[in-house]
Design a binder for this molecule. Structure first.
Ligand SMILES: NC(=O)C1=CN([C@@H]2O[C@H](COP(=O)(O)OP(=O)(O)OC[C@H]3O[C@@H](n4cnc5c(N)ncnc54)[C@H](OP(=O)(O)O)[C@@H]3O)[C@@H](O)[C@H]2O)C=CC1
Ligand SMILES: O=C(O)C1=N[C@H](C(=O)O)C[C@H](O)C1
Length: 249
């Protein structure tokens, strides 16, 4: 397949390697200096976007108008999800998005939901999430941590929302930021040099702590998952997630 890479940073470069190893071709690379344009997508069968929270919504709008199936890995655009869904419907487009494309994290999402169901009756335990990423990351909390928080909240009736003291998304206003409240799940966002992505779920009581953790050793899993999603989305219509690609219901 012929692929346009939208964003050619840490992830764009990793995805290019996987594409080539699977016999695909990169026909365009959009960056901040050279954004998406009609010339760039002329030959493309599919686009893979790992850009920035600030640029991703314009990119999605452009790709849908141009009828290019898209894989969206960029995080930090949750607020615009309903708008994107409407655009996909209006344009009869094809889009697959995920806060994390790695198979390991998608299995971890399932484990997290099952653990939340198991823990829900035991009120002596307090759940919490910690995510650790490299210092260049623009958004906090990570998209993966938000998906994990949603997975806990859906399965744990004592909680109604999440909050993150370090919350930072490019287009967030102060009033969008969630705050601490008795029914809110805390996400700690930690930034340390060169960390690829670590997510820790803990249930703490005065007596003990239960925990599960996913640690990415490199970016290969994210990139491989995005390429598998690109191979899958061609010739489909609708809005999908990696759960659909992996048939993990
Ligand atoms: N879903 C998943 O599995 C994963 C998601 N991510 C997410 O992917 C995104 C990118 O991560 P990462 O590669 O580490 O980030 P980088 O900062 O390394 O790369 C971002 C790239 O986006 C480009 N860019 C900026 N503005 C535009 C624009 N208007 N149009 C096109 N490209 C643009 C930058 O261009 P320039 O080079 O000119 O600055 C750069 O090449 C983040 O949101 C991150 O959270 C990351 C890993 C896994
Ligand atoms: O920015 C990153 O690096 C990552 N971003 C994604 C996220 O926000 O969850 C996925 C992964 O953790 C790496």
């Amino acid at each position: 397949m012929k692929v346009v890479l939208v964003g050619y940073g840490k992830m764009g470069k990793e995805i290019e390697k996987i594409l080539i190893s699977r016999g695909h071709e990169v026909v365009g690379k959009a960056t901040d200096a050279q954004p998406l344009n009609t010339e760039m997508i002329k030959e493309a069968d599919v686009a893979i976007d790992f850009s920035t929270p600030d640029s991703v919504i314009n990119n999605i709008e452009f790709l849908l108008k141009e009828n290019i199936p898209s894989v969206i890995g960029t995080t930090g655009w949750n607020k615009s999800y309903e708008q994107v869904k409407l655009w996909v419907d209006d344009q009869n487009g094809a889009l697959v998005h995920a806060s994390n494309f790695s198979v390991g994290v998608n299995l971890f999402f399932k484990l997290n939901e099952q653990l939340a169901q198991l823990m829900a009756p035991y009120k002596e335990y307090s759940p919490g999430i910690t995510e650790i990423h490299h210092t260049e990351k623009l958004d906090a909390p990570s998209g993966t941590a938000i998906t994990l928080a949603e997975g806990i909240i859906e399965n744990y009736s004592a909680l109604s929302d999440w909050y993150c003291p370090e919350s930072k998304t490019e287009n967030d206003t102060e009033s969008d930021k969630k705050s601490k409240n008795g029914n809110n799940l805390k996400i700690n966002a930690v930034r340390e040099p060169d960390v690829k992505g670590t997510h820790l779920i803990e249930y703490k009581s005065n007596i003990d702590t239960l925990s599960i953790q996913h640690e990415a050793h490199n970016r290969t899993g994210f990139a491989l998952g995005a390429v598998i999603a690109a191979e899958w989305i061609i010739n489909k219509k609708g809005i999908f997630t990696m759960k659909d690609v992996l048939q993990l219901s």
